[in-house]
Write a protein that binds this ligand. Structure first.
Ligand SMILES: [Zn+2]
Length: 310
């Protein structure tokens, strides 16, 4: 019996996951090629003001990809720009702006979560911003060798940092996070953190620890946060989560107990929800005004997959 491969990847339904850039991973060690691409008149630059992408334009007509002239005028360090990839024929790079209090008229630094919710940029553009934000953030935090403390230098188009003293090579981080719904028949466990919008509940989540499988991490996190014992675990989908550099790994988990014992350091509330109640939260028709996360979040997709499977 052959193992079936999915035709439609559920991960593609999540935000930040629809990049079509050709990253040229096998060519970005070619410094001459990258400088030719960076000098092209159609080269585009994504700019980050601290952790916020800079948009040009007003209202519904805005772009996060700037020409070389605009990028240079904003004082971006284009000599240290990271190569994101080819968008069709257009080479795209990302660079950090120097910290400043104000941008010139016509430019605005925007929170990426807000951009994902307000719909001004399309899904592909948001995916490019996610890649740019994680990479630029990594460079900002990893200027020194973790092995010997010497200042490191970017190489391979910004996809590596090399230590000139000890020769160590450092690569951009991706931190795996499990995010999961524990289910038992028609009921599921969701929790809320104090920082969530009022009335919103979501899947539980936590970082995978060294030495764990994804399934182990799911069982441990549900045990720690909700006190519910968990059996079998099934992977559903993943989502790049550039805050700053996580990969959310979405799973369903089989609850083996009913009693919730909440970790009140992590959660403000945690309880069982019936499938009908979860459906109403997704549709924003819950009689008590309770809600689930927005469609761009993988928690929404996990919950929806379970609701629709019923
Ligand atoms: Zn070193």
């Amino acid at each position: 019996m052959p193992i079936p491969f999915p035709d439609d990847e559920p991960s593609r339904l999540t935000g930040f996951s629809t990049s079509t850039l050709d990253r040229l991973g096998d060519k970005r060690g070619d410094a001459a090629l990258l400088s030719v691409l960076a000098e092209r008149t159609d080269a585009g630059f994504v700019l980050l003001d601290r952790d916020r992408p800079v948009l040009a334009g007003l209202g519904a007509v805005r772009t996060a990809v700037h020409g070389r002239g605009a990028a240079a005028a904003l004082s971006a360090r284009l000599d240290q720009a990271v190569f994101l990839g080819l968008d069709g024929e257009q080479p795209l790079f990302a660079a950090a702006l120097p910290p400043s209090d104000a941008l010139p008229d016509g430019f605005e630094a925007c929170d990426l979560r807000g951009l994902a919710m307000d719909g001004v940029l399309d899904a592909r553009a948001l995916s490019v911003l996610a890649e740019a934000k994680s990479l630029v953030d990594w460079h900002g935090r990893h200027g020194f060798c973790a092995n010997c403390g010497t200042a490191t230098r970017p190489s391979t188009g910004g996809w590596r940092r090399d230590c000139p003293a000890c020769g160590a090579q450092h690569f951009p981080r991706t931190d795996p996070v499990v995010i999961m719904l524990a289910v038992d028949g028609d009921r599921c466990v969701m929790g809320r953190q104090a920082r969530f919008p009022p009335g919103m509940y979501s899947c539980l989540a936590g970082f995978v620890e060294p030495g764990e499988t994804i399934e182990d991490a799911v069982r441990r996190e549900i045990g720690e946060e909700a006190g519910v014992p968990v059996g079998r675990v099934r992977y559903l989908a993943s989502q790049p989560w550039p805050f700053p550099s996580s990969l959310m790994i979405g799973c369903l988990a089989e609850a083996l107990g009913q009693t919730i014992s909440m970790d009140s350091d992590e959660l403000e509330d945690c309880r069982w929800f019936h499938r009908d109640e979860a459906a109403a939260m997704l549709e924003r028709t819950h009689p008590e005004g309770l809600t689930a996360p927005m469609p761009f979040a993988i928690a929404h997709r996990i919950l929806r997959a379970w609701v629709e499977a019923g």
